[in-house]
Ligand binder design. Structure first.
Ligand code: FCB
Length: 452
């Protein structure tokens, strides 16, 4: 196979998220987040795992930045834990909380690594959830205040900012399916949450632009899937339309085209009248982005499947009479996710074709979980990364403006409801000793970065 090559200036990164790696949940005045509550609720995570210690990155960040230097990373995407900055979700910034991120940014810059900050990767202060969480518009306002505090402290040294990570998961997995914190199962609540997350993004974007320091770039990270019907049966074709609405267009239409998506009223009028929307919201949400962050792991194959779920609200917001039915011949990762690199290529072309004026794209997450053991080469992960990067390169050659790629993830970590049972890292973490052991994929990625 030909050697993988990328355009000059292509940004090579790796990504993590605060609750998945930091630990130190009681230190330096950090407040409680919805993920602390959720993970400590019996039955919510595999084996009852929590992020209390995680990778202990809060104490070991220097060692972790040293690993990033060894890898040759151009950029590192991490998230700020809102409850470290505002323990109760409002009021002045907690200096000790900010200080951790100051030290991390200093360490990265000293190593020649560009910091990329995600302001919200799911750890909402519990106090805000108690006041309604993302169902409530006030949370969007609180988010913009929090964002300005972090930006004011770090923008002189951080050139890349992401408001939200995957609002789809926050809204629908958190408030409708209940597999993520806060574990709610409400159709209306999930749709209100999706809207208020986007309002929060818009308010934060406007506020950050107003206090811009230099030429820092501001973006939003969406998880999107290329959607196809599982068969040519008209019922499956219709299911694919609903899937595309739910996974993609609820977010991409307002953000990238300043319009509400077609079909939403037909699908959801029985659970909401959309009265959470206000005049002017679309202008706020549809403000131009400096870049779009794209997370993608697998494509979607939608099949019509009248659901057996008895809760009409939950059913209407999530299952929408549809299930995923990827071709049986596709290999699967340890998550059960189908591996089809061309799905990412199709998604990139879909975005380009659907949204004229699309901003430059950074792939802010892509990667795979396998049942790794230390010392055994993770060849499946290398193959996954190689094939997905080839799909990205082909899309670039086709004219899609992709500027960077952040591998998910630097090191094994707390994989949400799966706890520590799923490993996505380039580095193996031996949790009892906190030893970091680079995998074969780490060496492969290092060579690729050095070559490109
Ligand atoms: C994404 C999340 C990230 C990680 C990967 C596997 O949905 O943003 O935190 O869990 O999936």
């Amino acid at each position: 196979m030909s050697e993988l090559r990328f355009p000059d200036g292509f940004l090579w990164g790796a990504a993590t998220a605060s609750y998945q790696i930091e630990g130190a949940v009681h230190e330096d005045g950090r407040g409680r987040s919805i993920w602390d509550t959720f993970a400590h609720t019996p039955g919510r995570t595999a084996r009852g795992d929590t992020g209390d210690v995680a990778c202990d990155h809060y104490h070991r960040y220097r060692e972790d930045v040293a690993l990033m230097r060894e890898l040759g990373l151009g950029a590192y995407r991490f998230s700020v834990a809102w409850p470290r900055i505002q323990p109760d979700g409002k009021g002045p910034a907690n200096p000790a909380g900010l200080d951790f991120y100051q030290r991390l940014v200093d360490e990265l810059l000293a190593g020649g690594i560009t910091p990329c900050v995600t302001l919200y990767h799911w750890d909402l202060p519990q106090a805000l959830e108690d006041a309604g969480g993302w169902r409530a518009r006030e949370t969007a306002e609180r988010f913009a205040e929090y964002a300005t505090l972090v930006h004011a402290a770090l923008a002189d040294r951080v050139p890349m900012w992401i408001t939200l990570n995957e609002p789809y998961c926050s809204a629908f997995v958190g408030y409708a399916e209940g597999r993520h914190a806060p574990g709610a199962r409400e159709g209306h609540g999930a749709l209100a949450a999706a809207h208020h997350l986007l309002v929060g993004h818009g308010l934060a974007l406007r506020a950050l632009r107003e206090q811009r320091r230099g030429d820092e770039r501001l973006g939003l990270t969406l998880n999107l899937n290329h959607v196809r019907p599982a068969t040519s049966d008209p019922a499956d074709v219709a299911a694919a339309g609903r899937a595309e609405l739910l996974y993609n267009r609820v977010f991409t239409d307002p953000v990238l085209a300043a319009r509400w998506p077609d079909g939403e009223r037909e699908l959801w009028s029985s659970i909401t009248d959309f009265s959470f929307r206000r005049d002017g919201d679309l202008d706020l949400i549809g403000q131009p982005l400096d870049f779009l962050g794209l997370n993608n792991y697998f494509p979607s194959y939608a099949k019509h499947a009248p659901t057996a779920d008895e809760d009409p609200a939950h059913r209407a917001a999530t299952d929408i009479d549809m299930l995923e039915n990827p071709p049986a011949e596709l290999p699967r990762t340890a998550m059960g996710w189908p591996v089809e690199p061309d799905g990412l290529g199709r998604l990139l072309r879909w975005l380009r074709d659907e949204y004229p004026g699309l901003p430059p794209i950074h792939i802010t997450e892509n990667g795979s979980a396998y049942p790794d053991t230390p010392g055994v080469d993770d060849t499946a992960r290398v193959a996954y990364l190689d094939s997905h990067l080839r799909a990205v390169r082909a899309a670039i050659e086709d004219g899609v403006d992709v500027r960077g790629y952040f591998c998910w993830t630097l090191m094994d970590n707390f994989e949400w409801a799966y706890g520590y049972t799923k490993r996505f890292g380039l580095v193996y973490v031996d949790y009892p000793t906190q030893r970091r052991i680079p995998k074969a994929s780490f060496r492969w990625y290092r060579e690729l970065i050095a070559r490109c």
